[in-house]
Design a protein around this ligand. Sequence first.
Ligand SMILES: Cc1cc2nc3c(=O)[nH]c(=O)nc-3n(C[C@H](O)[C@H](O)[C@H](O)COP(=O)(O)OP(=O)(O)OC[C@H]3O[C@@H](n4cnc5c(N)ncnc54)[C@H](O)[C@@H]3O)c2cc1C
Length: 410
Amino acid sequence: MKYIIIALALLPALMKISSLPFNAYGFGLLSGWLGMSLIAASLLLIIREPAWTDWFGGLQHMYLWHHRMGMMGYVLLLAHPLILSSHYFELDLDVAWQYLSPFNPDPINMVGWTGLITFMLGLAATFTQRLSYSLWRRLHMLLVGAIMLGLGHIWMADSSSVSFVIACFTVALAIGWRIIRGDYGIGAFPYEVNAVYHPTEQITEVSLRSLAKPMLIAPGQFVNAAFFQGPNFQGCGEFHPYTVSRVAKDGSLSLNIKALGYCTKHIQSLEPGVAVHLQGPYGNFLLDRPFSPEIWIAAGIGITPFLALLRSDKVDQKTDLIYLHREKENVPFEKELQTYAANQELLHFHSLAMENDPTLLFKWLASISRLKEQQIYLCGPPLLIALTTSWLQEQGVSRRQIHFEQFDFR
Ligand SMILES: Cc1cc2nc3c(=O)[nH]c(=O)nc-3n(C[C@H](O)[C@H](O)[C@H](O)COP(=O)(O)OP(=O)(O)OC[C@H]3O[C@@H](n4cnc5c(N)ncnc54)[C@H](O)[C@@H]3O)c2cc1C
């Protein structure tokens, strides 16, 4: 499927190649076409249909591809006026400057430059990690405006070409699909909050009852959930990702949601009867695991995929579960996890209270015999996953033995 996307990203530019002159002017036009078609094709990677995301190795990988293609497209678009201008550099400096200047009043130039500058602003927002998700999303929408301006620029230059029609069709398909099926949740699974329980002040365990055909989901996978309204609750209505923490035989599911930002803080006052839409299932964490001893490392609310697995079945191979948390007492789920470990010979549970410095975890891991032979599963914040992965690799654990789920992606 990746190759189809790459082919689609190259098609409009390839269709143009034969009509372009073999000089700097032609290369300038080619970089514009390539940039625009890469960006149009990258939009297909924001469609969140589960089967579609599976083809790219999961939502996280798919978004990575989306980012890389978008960045490559942007660099090519920046090169477009530079290369065009370089063609005129020796012939006529005034004309060369007109291609470079955002202040050139020619409408085609103004639309192109406004698109490029808008794109730059949208990208700057994309890389600002500390923004709340909803603000980040709104700023990211600037990129859609930039793409429309880019298409407007092409339309003014070359409206009748098939390449232009393909680029427009790709953009319309991707954005339309994402808005209708993704953001408006048409086709999402309807659920209802059945019960709410608070393991701690900051965490809400939500049990969901299916109102139609239930979603087929396995422990370790996650859903995109939007909470709507109930008798006294008004949810933020946005889709956010949560890993299931229980998958019951009757199709009901549980989520454990930690208060972090606007939406998740709001969810803490959830009540039974609230309507919920679920999209998914997504992800393949903990699915199809090779038969060998395992180490599970969960940081904070990253315990949810392991909780779902333990709540559904006993472990069938030697498993060390290391639970990292900040609490000195009242550790959420600790008693439940201790009970599983007490009743299962193969399961060993270790609770480690620590702050951000992972030295304690590394010390503990270093004491494990035959570390290099174990399969290691990590779930938690990206920084901890990155530090632990590189430490494990330094100890000789192969990258193929390390599996992780990050609780943050955009
Ligand atoms: C695969 C996955 C599984 C997750 N499972 C759980 C879980 O089981 N329990 C739990 O409490 N939390 C889970 N999270 C984290 C949860 O999605 C965020 O805490 C929540 O979306 C925060 O939203 P907010 O509006 O409250 O906060 P914001 O202030 O908007 O965001 C706080 C942080 O969450 C990230 N985030 C917010 N919305 C999204 C989104 N739609 N997609 C990706 N990242 C987002 C932001 O990048 C930001 O760093 C999971 C995240 C991912 C990616």
